[in-house]
Write a protein that binds this ligand. Structure first.
Ligand code: UTP
Length: 274
């Protein structure tokens, strides 16, 4: 199977949990340790060998595009003022990777956002990286790609959560394969109660799929909140395809939630006396 060179970053959601801060400024552009969340994600992708990125945006979120495009006036100004460091940082941004954009006309859920990438993805395997989720260390993403290539199977990054938190997440039911150091997934269960949860391993926000996922997304109707849920398509895909889960050895911050946004800023900034 080809290596993974493409990534889709869905960033078209309303970010209702972060209102009113997210009304005019996309949460994906909120700063974490001095740079926008989505820049952390693009850098993580590039570090893992991704060459092409498709960012799913919605009307009003074009400012995400501006962040990664060239701004000649700003560059000229930085040259004039001898701000070499800042100039390098700004120029780096427009050369990180080949980035394209796709509009999601209606916010019909993560599954709908991913479905819109179908023709861009073509026949290549690809990674999905949630636009509001930071992984630390970023080298865990490279490890996910290595496992995908070694075992030639769809693979999802999962992370341990406290048992009383399982009802907030998509949870994995699976059996540990000692030889591979991965879980073989039997089932995905959306937001189970603590009593019914088969594990405390929750979907972390990085997934690698073959193009087969699109067939199942197309067959997925509206789920909870009247949205097309990626987890529903992942569950349907298990009927005919193997999927592994790799446990994240590190932290995952959902910056669509205030507490984790603050924690990410504290943990990823190197302030000495905070
Ligand atoms: P979330 O469910 O966390 O984002 O989706 P949301 O819907 O914006 O947040 P809340 O629940 O209203 O606060 C994870 C990622 O998927 C994108 C979001 O922008 C986020 O980066 N997304 C979500 C889309 O691109 N389209 C959608 O229809 C929904």
């Amino acid at each position: 199977m080809n290596s993974v060179k493409k990534a889709v970053i869905p960033a078209a959601g309303y970010g209702t949990r972060m209102l009113p801060a997210s009304k005019a400024i996309p949460k994906e552009l909120f700063p974490v340790a001095g740079k926008p969340v989505i820049q952390h994600i693009v850098e993580e992708a590039v570090d893992a060998g991704i060459e092409e990125i498709l960012i799913i945006i919605s009307e009003g979120k074009e400012v995400i595009k501006s962040h990664f495009s060239t701004n000649s006036d700003l560059e000229d100004r930085l040259i004039l003022r001898n701000k070499e460091e800042e100039l390098k940082e700004i120029q780096k941004l427009s050369n990180l990777a080949r980035i394209e954009y796709q509009y999601q006309p209606e916010q019909k859920g993560l599954g709908d956002a991913i479905l819109l990438s179908k023709s861009w993805v073509g026949n290549d395997p690809f990674m999905i990286m949630l636009g509001d989720t930071i992984i630390n260390p970023i080298s865990e993403t490279q490890k996910l790609i290595s496992s995908f290539l070694a075992f030639q199977s769809n693979i999802v990054q999962v992370r341990e959560v406290a048992p009383d938190q399982v009802s907030k997440y998509g949870i994995m039911d699976g059996s540990f394969d000692k030889d591979k150091s991965l879980y073989k997934v039997n089932k995905w269960i959306e937001k189970p109660s603590q009593e019914l949860a088969p594990s405390n391993l929750a979907i972390a926000g990085r997934y690698i799929f073959t193009q087969d996922i699109f067939k199942y997304l197309e067959g997925t109707g509206l789920g909870i909140h009247n949205e097309i849920q990626l987890t529903d398509a992942m569950q349907a895909m298990l009927r005919d395809n193997t999927c592994f889960a790799q446990v994240l050895k590190g932290r995952r911050f959902d910056i669509g939630n205030w507490e984790e946004f603050i924690k990410a800023n504290i943990e990823l900034s190197d302030f000495e006396n905070l």
